[in-house]
Design a protein around this ligand. Structure first.
Ligand code: CU
Length: 165
């Protein structure tokens, strides 16, 4: 009887742990990429990461469209923006969206197997420290796109900088 109670307690505790782990959910929103030039061997993917509780870390990413994928950030060096691999992953904390966007953090697609074409989309798998693998579909927008397509936004068409209505 004693033994029974004890094992019951242990499985109840294990069950709680499982529920606790499942509660922190990472969500990926607004993924987008940009069309690449025909000879370009690299592209980038941008997205927003959220977690509903606790913290996690984006460790790496992979996509069938690229031979290699790296997590990059931009740093200013002598007035010039340079890309650098992120050391130790990209943190995701509850309450603060982690934005990967042009000019900042991004997922670098290296060794593109074919040019990224506007209107196409490709799969991207993100590997998190706790959440494991999360797969998203990344739509390809125009070469100068700065944000995911909103559908009703006619003020910021990719590549039309300087065009005034
Ligand atoms: Cu980069």
């Amino acid at each position: 009887m004693r033994m029974f109670t004890r094992s019951l307690l242990i499985s109840a505790a294990a069950g709680l742990l499982l529920v606790g782990a499942a509660q922190a959910e990472v969500s990926v929103s607004n993924p987008f990429s940009r069309a690449s030039a025909p000879q370009a061997k690299a592209g980038a993917a941008f997205l927003t990461l959220n977690i509903d509780a606790g913290a996690d870390k984006l460790l790496s990413a992979s996509s069938p469209v690229a031979e290699r994928t790296e997590l990059h950030t931009h740093l200013m060096e002598g007035g010039i923006a340079k890309m650098r691999p992120v050391e130790g992953g990209i943190p995701v904390n509850a309450g603060t969206p982690t934005e990967l966007k042009p000019g900042g953090l991004h997922i670098m697609l290296m060794g593109l197997k074919a040019p990224l074409k506007q209107g196409d989309s490709f799969p991207l798998t993100l590997k998190f420290e706790k959440a494991g693998d999360v797969s998203v579909t990344v739509p390809v927008q125009g070469p100068g796109a700065m944000a995911p397509m909103q559908g009703h936004d006619h003020t910021n068409h990719g590549g039309h900088a300087g065009h005034q209505h």
